[in-house]
Structures are given as C-alpha cells and as structure tokens.
Design a protein. Structure first.
Lengths: 281, 599
C-alpha cells in the first residue's frame, strides 16, 4: 500500500469526496423524486423526523413542492463538475506559467511574476462576480471565471518550488549531458513538484465548490434551470423557519464536500512532502 | 583525579523498536589543563560525546549505561539548574558553524554582554571592559568598531574568533571544540588553531578537541583518542600514536591521507565503509574486524578491550598493525604536457551583478584567466572560498557566460555559447558536482542516472543498450551490478560520488571538470575516490580540471596546478615546482597553512 494511503486524513477525505461523487453520478437512480417535479399541494414540508414531515420527502420540500433530497443529489453534479474542471483548468494554466517562470527566470519570470501580483491584488470574489456579469451565467462560464481568478494561486506557490528544484545540481547535470529544456523540465523538475501540485489541486477543488456556491447564491452562477447548492440556499433563505432543511441541507452538503477536499489535500501534503516525511523517519 | 571522566559511557537511540548504541562503553579521561584530540570519521559518534557533556542529546537519544563525570560530579541526570550553572561558566563550547552560532539580530557587544551577565558580571561598564579585553585576547583589530557590528558583517574567521573569545572569557575549566575550523579556509584555519593553542596555554584550560583530521589533531593535542563505531580504538600521546599506531584503523587512516611533502605513496583504502548502527550491534567480536586488513579468526570471537597502558589500543594483535603497508608509489606526475592542447582559455573574465533596476556594485569573480590543459592532463585549481575557482569551472562548462576572453575546447571556440557550442561541449566535457546528494535526482534509479547521456543526442541508444552500458559503468566504478536498480537515497556517500562520476564518464568525455568532489568525504572514502580517479585515468585517458582547496589531495593527483587568489590566477606550473618552490606570497601562505606542515 502506498504511503499516502496509510494516512487517516487521506482516507477520511477520500471517503467523503468519493461519497459526493457517487451521489452526483448515481443521482437519477437514487433520487426518490424528479428534482424538478412540483407538487404545489405539499410545499415547504419539514424534514421527515419533524412534526408534519412526510415519509415520501426525507428532507422536506421547497416552496414549489420539489423534493430537497433529490435536488441535493442533482446539485452535487454541478458542484463536482465545476470543482473538477475549474481546479484542473486553474492548475494547467497556473502550472505551465509557473514552470516557465521558475525554470527560465530572468525577464520571463519578471513579467509572469508581476502579472500574478497585479492579478492577486483584485479581491477574488469581486473579480469573479465581474467576470460572471461580463460572461453571462452558465456552467462553462463559472468554470472559466474560477480558472481566471485562481490560476495565480498555483502559479505563485509552484514557481518558488520550481526555482528551488531548478537550482539543484542534478538539473544542471541533465543540461550538461545534452537534455533539451523541454526534456529537463519534464524529466527532472516536474516529477519533483508533482506532490505539491496534487495537494494544491485537491485544496483548489474545495475552493471551487465554495466559489460556485457563492456565484449561484447571488444568481450569477449556472443557468436558472440547473440545480445548484448555492441556488438552493438562496431559495431556502425565505422559508428558514417553516422548513429549515431547505437551507441546512445544501449548507451541510457544501461543508462535507469542502471538508473532504481539504482533509484529502492536507493529508496528501503531509505524506507526499519529502521534507515532512524525512523529518519523521 | 581527572577533570572529565567517562567510564563505560553508552549512548543509545531507538530505531524501529530496537535500542541501538551509538556510543558503546566509552572510556575517556581528560586531565586538568591538557588537550585531548578526539579523532574519527563521520558516524563514529564523536559529536555525540560533545552533546553528552552538554547533556543536550537530540530527541530519541539517551545515556543508557556508564558514567560521565566533570570534576567528580556526574553529568548524567544532573538537575537542569546545576547544569545551567556549569555550562558557559565551567564548561564552554566552540561550535562548528561560526556564522549560525551567533544570533544575527544582536550586535557582538550585546551577545557578549549577555554572556557576561550570565556568568555574573553585574555592572554595565565592567561588562563592556571585559568584552573589549576578551576580543583583544583573540587579536581582533579595531575592537571598538567591532562591538556594534552584527554577525553578518563579519567574516567566518572573525565570527569564530568572537566565539572563541566568548568560550574562554569565563576562564572555564573545560572547552569542548567540535570541528571548530572545518567550515573555514585553510589559511584562516591555521590562525584559529594557533589562537586556540595560545589561549589554552595562557589560561590552563583543558580542551576536548573533536575533529576528523588526524594531522590537525596531532598538531595541537597532547594526547589523541581515535574513535571508531562509537568506541575508542586507540589512545595515547599524540606523537606516539602517530609514530607507532597500534590499531589497524589508525594505521589505515594514516595511510589513506596523501602526503604534502616527501615521496608520493599510493593511498591505502579500507574496504566499504563503517557499517550502520544495526549491523554494528549484531557484529560479534571486534567492530573493526569486517574491514580490518590483518584480521584473523579469533578477532570475531571476542571483543577486544582497550589496553590500560598510557598508549594502548583495543586490538587483539597490536603488533600486526605496522605490517599494513601500501605497495606502489602513487601515480607519477607527468612532467610535461604530452598530448595536444585540449582546452585553451585566454583572458577569461567574469563580472557579476551591476545590472537590473537596483544597481548593485559589480564584482569581478574571475579576472583575465589564461591557461591551457593538454589531452590527458590533470590540472588543479586551488584557492580559498571566494577566489573564483568554482566560477572558473562553470565558465569552462558554459554554465556562466563570460564577460571577456576566449574558451577553445577541443579545437572549437565555444565562448559564444550558441546551440552548436552547447552540443560540442556536451560531447567533449562533463562535470562532476561537489554535493552528491543534490547532484543525483532522488526519484530516478542509479542505472537511469548514469546513462542519462544516452537518452538524447548523438549517443542515443535504446533501453537494452543503456542497461548494458550502466552495468559496464558500475563495474568500472567498482560497484556491484545490483546497484543499478537502487535509488540514490539507498547509497552511501562514497557510492553516490561514484555514481556522480559514472554519469559524467558515460559518454567518455575528453575533459572532466570536478568541483571539490572529494572534500565532503571521509578520509578513507576520499582515498577510495582518488585511487579510482587514477585508475580511470589510465583506462580512459581523459583530462581533468580539478577544483579543490586541499593541497595534499592536489599534489597526489594532479600534474599541474593553478593558484587562484581574488579571481586572479597568481601562479601556475607543474605541481612539484609550485609546491617545492612557490613564488607568489599567497601560494606560500597556503602551503604553510596545511596542518602537519606548520612548525
């Protein structure tokens, strides 16, 4: 068993994340109702264990009589799609620039570094909102907005790591035996930075889930006919006293997902980071 | 009664559930006012003894048996309050790294005054006076100016003087010096050693001098204890131990050191290296037996005890020691350059800094260097740190772009550093790096590392050919074939350096640039590497630019020598000529500073 699988954090994180992924994938089969099916006779039902709850609607219904649990499962689809796509996108964009900047140094590094500085000086949520206003709503645009806001996170952290690795003698040695720049980076530098990238990827997925929820909450996220946790929170706000689970269920879903990603990321960092591992053995 | 007294001292650590001794049954005694040299290679446990005296053991280590007493008082299990009272006042330490031992945010006066406050000097004015006196005693000029400086404004040698002044300031009864000069240049090292001897004699302090350098120990110590695998294997008066060693290990160390004067002798090498803690704890009988050149069957039967005589060793057959000799005379230096010119450097200069938005003053790292290397010739570059010798090597390899001058390598001008020049360099010159740890990619296997050059370029070859070449290289380096599937972290320091050399030799270059490749190694491993280089030279016929600060190694290995001082080549010529009749003042001072050569 690889070392990273022996960490408790990684296992708990993986279980949580895989659970959410399973809900998203299996939504059509495990959801008790069609998430868009309205039943205006049973609106704002409380959860099944509360007085007045209905056994057919475990977590109650919303203002239009739609099943909260089913919507939760379908909402996981948007959350996971955005989390995976946006995090990978930000990683690709940020990492490529980080490898270029950290390896080449000089003016290339200067230009990329200053761009990151300027980019990071915008408050990220406001930047995302502005982008969404410009791009218009939709799943693809949410992903694009997150990539455009968060690539700097990858770029800045990874750049410094690349600079450290690139200064090692074995990288020089690879150049001296005739490796091209491309080969030097892919064979000698990238493998050494993979643990960091994997860790940041996992953390970024958690961030992407939160950002997507924020955007959907203010109505600038996915299209209004798609089901997203942020929208559910916005809808549930009004009926918080009659049917609190309209609000609490999506909040809990976000909480569990983000906690899963964070634990996974933290566990991976602790078990993959050579410096931390060496300190312990 | 002796001042410091260790009886059967055992320090152990726990490694994966096993309790393993790092120091085993150590007997040691140091009299009031005398100087004892503790000599051993890395892993012998010599620093652990210093830490045991300070009772500052790293986590997981503890004294598990025996006693350690200072002036009749046991240091083991001493109450912390009492220990603090002793340390700094009665027992003082001189650390290995002077630059990291001083607090960077306090001035020299502040740190010193703190120390005097600790040892009970109350008045502010008196403290200041005492600091001035202490600094004057270590011959530091401009004391007043120095008091308000910060450590980073001083050189390593000056910092070490400050620390020595601090150690002797409280007139302690014992000073423990752990490799106090290892981090310093040879010329400064000599001055520091003289200074320590002077202070020791003036104050009558006892000194425990921990070092890896047998010759340095002989020079300043009255008696010597040689440490191997956590135990003393030989002890006695310095001259006697040196003249008539009675333990095979001492003798091997002696023969592994290249000489600076007199006839060159071939270097004696011990097989392998000191076994690990676990292997040692399972070894029956004498701990040195697996590597001993004069071992016999009875050696593994029982563990020899350290003889109680004034000069004695822990060996069953001390009389056999002197039978260990090396045959052969060492490689004869080639007197004149025999081959055609391989590398021709003319007027080469390198200026650092000076550009950018915030202009910093530029510095000439190399100033108009001109020299040539013939095919098959070994040329050394010597000089202290900051003399530009590393920059010179990097310029030759094209890792730095020169400011002025010309480099002609194997008939092609490669100064410009174009793509064609790079390809030409790859074929004709390779580099071996100083730190084998950082020079080997920890994620690749040895076989892949050594045949890296065959993955691309003109020597491109498929997997099967590469594997074959890797095995051939292993054999050439004297390593066993199964090493190809190891990762660098599974190798010892000496093995890593072999892999490092193997990688450079894979494409059979005509020039090897070697930057301090033996300086971080233990004496016995260093001897293995030097012998290996000489053998390879005979087989492969390559030239080498050998950058080093160790003059005896240079004399042993190289035909010609370039002496660098502040970026300039101040003297060059055949090794014997330069060493026997140095012309430049700097060369003379370098030669005079080598331990064992001073009067």
């Amino acid at each position: 068993m690889p070392r990273w699988l022996r960490s408790g954090r990684v296992i708990v994180g993986l279980v949580l994340v895989l659970g959410v992924v399973a809900c998203a994938l299996l939504a059509p089969w495990i959801a008790p109702h069609d998430p868009d099916e309205q039943n205006l006779l049973t609106t704002l039902l409380p959860a099944v264990w509360q007085p007045g709850g209905d056994a057919g609607y475990w977590l109650g219904t919303d203002g239009l009589g739609r099943d909260v649990l089913s919507r939760l499962f379908y909402g996981a689809r948007v959350a996971m799609t955005v989390a995976l796509a946006a995090a990978f996108g930000a990683m690709l964009f940020g990492c490529v620039l980080a490898y270029v900047a950290g390896y080449l140094g000089g003016w290339v590094d200067w230009v990329i570094g200053r761009t990151v500085d300027v980019w990071m000086s915008f408050p990220p949520v406001i930047l995302a909102l502005i982008l969404m206003t410009g791009l218009g709503t939709g799943e693809r645009n949410v992903i694009l907005a997150i990539v455009l806001v968060d690539w700097t996170r990858f770029c800045r952290v990874l750049r410094s790591e690349v600079m450290v690795v690139a200064r090692r003698d074995y990288v020089t040695a690879a150049r001296l035996v005739g490796f091209s720049h491309w080969r030097t980076v892919t064979r000698e530098i990238v493998p050494a930075t993979i643990p960091l990238v994997v860790t940041m990827l996992s953390l970024e997925m958690g961030i992407a889930v939160v950002v997507e929820a924020i955007l959907s909450f203010v109505g600038l996220g996915v299209r209004s006919d798609q089901i997203a946790w942020g929208q559910m929170i916005a809808d549930g706000r009004e009926a918080i006293f009659q049917a609190p689970w309209n609000l609490l269920a999506p909040v809990a879903a976000i909480f569990v997902t983000v906690a899963g990603f964070n634990m996974l990321g933290d566990g991976l960092r602790r078990s993959l980071d050579v410096r931390l591992v060496e300190g312990r053995e | 009664m002796s001042l410091l007294d260790a009886r059967g001292l055992t320090v152990s650590t726990r490694l994966r559930g096993e309790i393993l001794p790092v120091i085993r049954g150590l007997d040691l005694s140091l009299d009031e006012g005398s100087v004892l040299g503790l000599v051993g290679e890395s892993g012998a446990g010599k620093s652990m003894i210093g830490r045991a005296i300070a009772q500052l053991m790293p986590p997981g280590f503890a004294v598990t048996a025996g006693s350690l007493a200072f002036a009749g008082e046991s240091l083991v299990g001493m109450p912390p309050a009492r220990r603090r009272a002793l340390l700094g006042r009665e027992i003082a330490f001189i650390p290995q790294e002077p630059l990291t031992a001083l607090n960077p945010v306090l001035t020299i006066l502040q740190q010193f005054a703190e120390h005097f406050a600790h040892i009970g000097v109350r008045s502010r004015r008196e403290r200041r006076e005492r600091v001035r006196g202490a600094l004057a005693s270590v011959h530091l000029d401009g004391v007043d100016d120095l008091l308000d400086r910060y450590p980073h404004q001083l050189s390593g040698g000056m910092c070490q003087r400050v620390l020595i002044a601090m150690a002797f300031a409280s007139a302690p009864r014992l000073v423990v010096a752990d490799e106090p000069t290892t981090a310093l240049d040879v010329t400064i090292q000599a001055r520091i050693m003289t200074l320590m001897a002077e202070l020791q004699q003036a104050s009558g302090t006892a000194v425990l001098f921990i070092t890896h350098d047998l010759r340095l120990a002989r020079e300043i110590c009255r008696s010597i204890a040689v440490l191997y695998a956590g135990g003393v294997v030989e002890r006695g008066p310095a001259e006697a131990v040196f003249a008539r060693p009675t333990h095979p290990y001492t003798r091997s160390l002696q023969l592994a050191n290249p000489a600076l004067r007199g006839p060159r002798h071939a270097l004696f090498t011990l097989p392998e290296q000191m076994p690990g803690l676990r292997a040692l704890s399972r070894l029956p009988g004498c701990r040195f037996a697996p590597r001993c050149p004069v071992v016999s069957d009875d050696c593994t039967a029982q563990e020899p005890l350290l003889a109680t005589a004034a000069h004695g060793s822990a060996c069953l057959h001390p009389m056999r020691t002197m039978a260990i000799t090396v045959s052969g005379r060492g490689a004869p230096a080639r007197t004149a350059s025999q081959g055609a010119v391989l590398l021709e450097v003319t007027g080469l200069s390198k200026r650092f800094g000076g550009g950018g938005m915030f202009r910093r003053p530029s510095a000439l790292a190399v100033r108009e260097a001109s020299f040539s290397i013939a095919a098959g010739e070994f040329v050394a570059v010597v000089g202290e740190s900051g003399s530009g010798k590393t920059t010179l090597g990097r310029l030759v390899m094209g890792l730095e772009r020169s400011t002025a001058g010309r480099i002609v390598l194997a008939g092609q001008d490669v100064t410009a550093g174009r793509e064609a020049d790079r390809r030409h360099r790859v074929r004709s010159a390779q580099m071996v790096f100083q730190d084998p740890q950082s020079a080997l990619n920890p994620r690749r296997r040895v076989g892949a590392i050594v045949t890296q050059a065959m993955e691309v370029g003109p020597d491109h070859a498929d997997r099967a050919h590469r594997a074959q070449r890797a095995l051939a290289l292993m054999a050439e380096m004297g390593m066993s074939p199964e090493m190809v599937s190891r990762t660098p972290s599974q190798l010892s320091g000496g093995q890593r350096q072999r892999v490092n050399i193997a990688r450079a030799l894979c494409g059979v270059p005509r020039l090897l640039v070697a930057d301090e490749i033996v300086s971080g190694l233990d004496v016995s491993v260093q001897a293995q590497m030097l012998n290996l280089l000489q053998r390879l030279r005979g087989e492969l016929d390559f030239a080498m630019l050998f950058i080093s600060h160790d003059l005896s190694v240079v004399r042993h290995l190289c035909d010609r020598v370039l002496v660098m001082y502040r970026g300039e080549i101040v003297e060059q010529g055949p090794t014997d000529e330069v060493f026997d009749a140095p012309r430049h003042e700097y060369t003379k001072s370098l030669l005079a500073a080598v331990p064992g050569e001073r009067d």
